[in-house]
Design a protein around this ligand. Structure first.
Ligand code: SF4
Length: 499
């Protein structure tokens, strides 16, 4: 193990990893596009919106239009329970208009716990000597992918710490290992169909390498957009200590040819959570301005207990109600964007968010390195980045969703049909993608039930398929026979059919 593996970076390493000209080109007069003072002024100026204005803003969301900074600030200020209920109802409608009645599921694969950074809230911090570190080999990554496939997963989020060992070439090779995994299940061979990547910011050349490996969404979370809080949480002598390198990463991603990106905030880090909601929306609008393509997803991870971190283990003032409100405002602020609420949160809170329009949930989640293929299924704080709040299996979550009338989707068609970037966002804004979402959810649900579910789970989930097929027949009567032709082929054992 090199010194860098456990003791953080050096000035030489920072200058190698951070390309200053690839920050400056996206800044104006040396300043990045997040203007803290302007965002704070918007929040202060819109602290008392009247009901009529809030209702006008809700109408704009229902028309699937991105909200302006003052409009986001106005929604953040709403505390009238009746208006909150109207916003929640609108969130549900927006989600159904854009993504229909489905929740996409995925599972994260944590590939390495080595990191050169020393983020004060993270168990993987290079300062944390208690963490038992591990980086999977290519064979182990394939074995882990096989274990995930056996668990019913088809969409993987590959997660990497920031370290020279796990640079762009390593990421590309690891994605090839995951894609190479094949497992025979009841009705034939199953594979991972799409890998999204959550990684550190990279240079344009490195992002091209990752892009060419075949990825879905590329995620980099800013953690907090507040420059001062960011500086307090990320030591200046680390790579992540460079706010500008991180916040401009998605601009570089687009310039590298990646057209599907995900943003995120680590809630609980910044006491002023409303600032971070407003700033992430400002980031989305900046990407719309830059390439006319906003983020495909917002993620809303929250700080949870982590090994060796006083910050993460301190009691947070950020409550479940704050979390709910943050999700609600994000749902309305950028209506075409998918919303991911992960297994960090409890089942109860995820169910609340489901009713206001979350679109993606992980399940059967393991975040220890090699956790899916390990015999021991217990969470261990010294072997993972943080502790999970929802440890339901994938099957349990699917059945729970079915009982609420919601279909779980394993669809990866958008990525594989070229419906990404501007194309997917146009389709989402006009509701066209919702049609594909609805039909592909049924096809992939049928596959999953036939390949993985117990007889009891199949019984619980069949009414959802019947209801969705009936709705498709009513909405698209001319197209319905084509849908049924593919559905019947899947029932007969064919796999991976989609629209
Ligand atoms: S938050 Fe990410 S970058 Fe920071 S120490 Fe943890 S793994 Fe490394």
């Amino acid at each position: 193990m090199s010194d860098i593996a456990t003791h953080g970076g050096s000035a030489d390493m920072l200058s190698k990893m951070i390309k200053r000209d690839e920050i400056d080109r996206y800044c104006k007069d040396g300043r990045d596009f997040i203007d803290d003072d302007a965002i704070r002024a918007e929040i202060a100026d819109n602290a008392k919106p009247d009901k009529a204005r809030v209702r006008d803003i809700i109408q704009k969301s229902l028309a699937i239009q991105t909200l302006s900074g003052p409009e986001v600030a106005a929604l953040l200020a709403v505390d009238d329970p009746d208006l909150i209920a109207e916003m929640a109802d609108a969130g549900w409608k927006v989600k159904h208009k854009v993504y229909d009645n489905r929740v996409v599921t995925f599972a994260p694969m944590y590939i390495s716990s080595y990191c050169v950074n020393r983020c004060r809230y993270c168990g993987f911090s290079a300062d944390n000597v208690r963490e038992k570190r591990r980086c999977l080999t290519m064979d182990e990554i394939k074995t882990e992918a096989e274990a995930m496939i056996r668990g019913g997963h088809k969409r993987v989020m590959a997660v990497y710490g920031e370290h020279p060992m796990t640079g762009a070439r390593f990421i590309a090779d690891s994605l090839a290992s995951i894609y190479s995994a094949r497992v025979k299940m009841r009705r034939g061979e199953c594979t991972v169909r799409r890998i999204n990547v959550n990684a550190a910011p990279m240079s344009i050349d490195d992002l091209k390498i990752v892009h060419d490996a075949g990825i879905g969404t590329f995620q980099v979370f800013q953690e907090t957009y507040d420059h001062k809080v960011y500086a307090a949480m990320h030591p200046a002598d680390t790579v992540k200590g460079d706010y500008g390198w991180r916040v401009t990463c998605m601009h570089r991603a687009f310039d590298a040819g990646i057209d599907d990106v995900g943003l995120g905030v680590l809630f609980g880090l910044n006491p002023d959570w409303k600032f971070d909601v407003a700033a992430m929306c400002a980031h989305a609008r900046e990407l719309e301005r830059f390439v006319n393509i906003g983020p495909h997803t917002f993620s809303v991870p929250r700080m949870h207990a982590a090994s060796g971190s006083d910050v993460a283990n301190a009691k947070s003032a950020f409550t479940d109600d704050d979390f709910f409100k943050a999700v609600l405002v994000l749902r309305l602020a950028v209506p075409y964007t998918g919303l991911i609420v992960t297994a960090r949160e409890s089942k109860e809170l995820r169910d609340r968010c489901l009713r206001i329009g979350l679109t993606q949930m992980d399940a059967g989640t393991r975040i220890d390195i090699g956790g899916y293929s390990a015999a021991n299924k217990e969470q261990k704080i010294d072997e993972q980045q943080f502790m999970l709040g929802d440890t339901r299996s994938l099957e349990e979550m699917i059945v729970d969703l079915a009982k609420q009338g919601v279909i779980t989707s394993f669809c990866t068609a958008g990525y594989r049909c070229g419906r990404t970037g501007g194309c997917i966002l146009d389709a989402l804004k006009t509701g066209r993608e919702g049609t594909f979402c609805k039909i592909n959810a049924v096809l992939t649900y049928r596959e999953w039930l036939d390949d993985f579910a117990s007889p009891e789970s199949i019984k619980a989930c069949e009414p959802v398929i019947e209801a969705e097929l009936a709705a498709i027949k009513e909405m698209y009567p001319k197209f319905f026979p084509t849908v049924m032709e593919r559905y019947n082929r899947i029932c007969a054992g064919e796999r991976d059919l989609y629209f």
